[in-house]
Design a protein. Structure first.
Length: 317
């Protein structure tokens, strides 16, 4: 089913791209990705040069028991802010003597353990275009134990892992391999515990994954499947050569998107069945989508690239 968003709350009224997390008591908390020190004179312009100084939150989750806000920051690893607010406190920045390079997303289980992704061990978020062009498979899936303070690598050798979400019963988690355009399942409990398998092929390049109350997974798509990326996937050297040419990254990024933004959000069942696809194929209302979270019949949609926050009423379908 194709349908654009009907309610765009903000566009170019915010000081940078954002992500959004919904507090259990129905309030929403948008997170602008730049502090005052890092905001350029043109708020809508990228400011990659200072990202590593000021940080870049990519994943937000509330602990439903304590109310604390947990953050996956691309440069500072996993952090937490108490329910009373204040400065974020660092929890973990490395695993197995290897520092995180591109911390991306996280989820928290009933015991308080944090599952998260490190998109790349080679490229930082400022180099995310190169991550795609190189078909980088140095990503990791990890777990942080809030009791023992230990960080464990669950899987490595992953292709740009980003969004992650636990299943309703906590028996498995689903994470996205964005560049490979697929969703993977990692079993946490049962006879298959510790094993990974394909959960679903994705119609686009997935970003964050968020589960609704029913147990379905909403998957935000950075863009529709890139014909260029998929056709050149067996030949990463072609993309590596292009990336080294004196071509603006904006032009390379446009090539990846297929010349124009194609907003897409998909809903998958717990078994990996594709149930629903929402699209704004011309990007008239919503551009690239980084997160889609359902609450009370409304889908909250945000972007890591464009300064926008949109609402979509699922009751209209």
């Amino acid at each position: 089913m194709k349908s654009p968003c009907h309610n765009l709350l903000f566009f170019n009224e915010l000081s940078g791209p954002l992500l959004c997390v919904i507090y259990p008591q129905s309030n929403s908390f948008p997170s602008l990705h730049r502090t005052d020190t890092c905001i350029p004179k043109n708020p809508s312009a990228p400011n990659f040069e200072r990202e590593h100084i000021c940080g870049r939150p990519l994943g937000l989750r509330f602990n439903k028991t304590s109310g604390d806000l947990y953050i996956a920051d691309a440069y500072f690893g996993i952090m937490v802010v108490s329910v009373d607010g204040g400065l974020a406190r660092s929890l973990t920045v490395e695993a197995e003597n290897q520092r995180f390079t591109f911390t991306n997303d996280l989820d928290i289980d009933a015991d308080g353990s944090i599952y998260f992704t490190d998109t790349s061990s080679k490229y930082s978020r400022r180099q995310f275009v190169l991550t795609a062009f190189a078909w980088d498979d140095s990503g990791r899936l990890l777990r942080y134990n809030t009791i023992t303070k230990e960080t464990t690598v669950l899987k490595q050798g992953l292709v740009a892992p980003n969004g992650v979400s636990l299943s309703k019963d906590g028996s498995f988690l689903v994470f996205a391999e964005g560049i490979a355009a697929r969703l993977m399942r990692y079993w946490l409990k049962g006879p298959n515990a510790g094993q990974m398998e394909l959960f679903a092929a994705s119609p686009g390049h997935p970003d964050n994954v968020r589960r609704n109350q029913k147990g379905d997974f909403w998957v935000a798509m950075h863009c529709k499947r890139s014909r260029f990326i998929m056709q050149t996937s067996p030949y990463p050297w072609i993309r590596s050569v292009l990336a080294r040419l004196p071509i603006p990254l904006s032009s390379i990024y446009s090539l990846m998107l297929g010349a124009r933004p194609h907003a897409m959000v998909a809903r998958f069942s717990e078994s990996g069945e594709l149930l629903q696809v929402l699209e704004d194929s011309e990007g008239k209302v919503v551009k690239t989508v980084s997160e889609a979270e359902e609450r009370d019949g409304v889908l909250w949609i945000s972007s890591a690239i464009f300064p926008q926050l949109a609402l979509f009423s699922l009751e209209k379908l």
